[in-house]
Design a binder for this molecule. Structure first.
Ligand code: ADP
Ligand code: MG
Ligand code: MG
Ligand code: MG
Length: 416
């Protein structure tokens, strides 16, 4: 198959096209007995579930264009290469955190991976008011492990530089982030759309020079600080869960960037879940306790990130930065601790900045969050979205003055 030119799969052709691949066949059995369902609900790619006599796999294939928009917006197939390379690194850096990869075909832009079942997309669970045991801890640890272990804090520098060079080649997907996330919300970009009743708030935000500057400071950090391998698209639609298990999927936006980006995007999506709850409450107030649970997840996620980052700082600083030979070995262990706290403070500040901007783009730019989109009553939706926009503005602009998670939670409660 790899000798053939690229061709999109379909449920009808899939078994004939990839049935001969042993890594798949051995796992799920005779292709003559496969059944294939297309399940992709994402914005970009084809996703199939293939059920065989002995098991199931997921087959994800990139399309040469953006699925959400159509072939008028071409997008390179190479994103499957970045997704595959990110998945195998994440599996190494945080074992069990992502679906196992069974097969990769670069030419056909296909990744064959573990079928996560009975997992469902976290965003859906948050809209329905469901809880997941260990969610915050897993996500905080995932961020700490992948971000720390992909950086010069841990990696041999030649490998880190090679990986940075490779992942910085993910130009077109970075370009989507650079435009859709950091710029489009702040002017009338072509693909923007928003709930009409938000017009006055949107006008205010677009006249807000401090906010515009903040968005560009964060864009500069994203585009130029090639600190570590990011997931790059770490929102609640890229997390799959059961009641007790959490997995991360869909790292095709992987690039080298600043640590706060993934953490900030995740927290923004939890804050959207929090602020949108009144639009999903069966009766007024019915989601109050659930909202507090979400805030608990945000707090615990950051705490787990800090804990694991600190543990790795103390035990795994094997890269070229803050070497033990300069600190611990000289009797300056306290210096290493001070440096750790200063690094964490910088990540925190970036996290808040990225969080605020992400809260804007998911309401004003192209790809919106179902958390708000699913609220049918437009007046309710606009009211809740306006709150999220105002909170995002505060986080982005005042990121240097907000020094504790308690302040963020208070701000969320005051905004709600
Ligand atoms: P896209 O890049 O197009 O957003 P995703 O990787 O997010 O594609 O996959 C789209 C959907 O397919 C997910 O929302 C999920 O429902 C399903 N899916 C993707 N990967 C898996 C998997 N490994 N196991 C089970 N379902 C999956
Ligand atoms: Mg996705
Ligand atoms: Mg909308
Ligand atoms: Mg994707």
């Amino acid at each position: 198959m790899s000798q053939q030119a690229y061709e999109a799969l379909s449920p009808e052709t899939l078994a004939a096209r990839i049935g001969a691949i042993e890594a798949i066949r051995n796992r799920i059995g005779d292709p003559a007995a496969w059944t294939v369902r297309e399940v992709g609900d994402g914005n970009l790619n084809l996703v199939f579930i293939v059920d065989g006599p002995d098991g199931s796999v997921v087959v994800k294939q990139a399309l040469p264009y953006v699925r959400l928009v159509g072939d008028s917006w071409p997008l390179p197939l190479k994103r499957a290469f970045f997704e595959y390379n990110a998945l195998i690194r994440q599996a190494e850096r945080d074992p069990g955190s992502v679906p196992e990869v069974f097969h990769f075909d670069e030419e056909q832009a296909i990744v064959v991976m573990e079928f996560l079942a009975p997992h469902v997309i976290l965003r859906k669970v948050l809209i329905e008011g469901g809880r997941v045991e260990g969610l915050a801890e897993m996500l905080g640890r995932f961020c700490a492990r992948t971000l720390f272990r992909g950086s010069d804090l841990a990696m041999p520098t030649a490998r880190r530089k090679a990986d940075a060079a490779m992942f910085l080649g993910n130009v077109e997907l970075c370009d989507i982030t650079e435009n859709l996330v950091f710029s489009d919300p702040y002017f009338e970009a072509e693909m923007n759309h928003h709930t009409p009743a938000l017009d006055p708030v949107v006008k205010l935000l677009r006249e807000d020079i401090d906010l515009k500057i903040a968005s560009q400071h964060m864009k500069a950090a994203f585009a130029t600080n090639a600190e570590t391998m990011l997931h790059g698209d770490l929102h609640s639609g890229s997390v799959m869960v059961t009641e007790t298990e959490t997995k991360v999927i869909d790292p095709e936006f992987a690039t080298y960037g600043p640590m706060g980006f993934d953490v900030g995007m995740l927290i923004a999506n939890f804050l959207h879940a929090y602020l949108s709850q009144p639009g999903h409450a069966e009766t007024p107030g019915a989601r109050d306790a659930y909202q507090e649970w979400i805030l608990g997840v945000v707090a615990d996620l950051w705490a787990a990130f800090e804990d694991e980052f600190s543990r790795l700082w103390r035990s795994e600083r094997t890269g070229i930065l803050y070497q033990a030979s300069l600190f611990e070995d000289q009797g300056h262990a306290r210096g290493a601790e001070q440096a750790r706290l200063e690094r964490l403070a910088a990540i925190w500040r970036d996290t808040l900045g990225f969080c605020g901007i992400e809260m804007h783009r998911r309401i004003l730019s192209l790809a919106h969050n179902a958390d708000f989109e699913k609220i049918e009553d437009e007046a309710t939706r606009a009211r809740l979205e306006a709150r999220a926009l105002m909170m995002g503005r505060t986080l982005a602009v005042a990121r240097g003055e907000i020094t504790s998670m308690a302040q963020v939670l208070d701000l969320a409660r005051a905004t709600n």
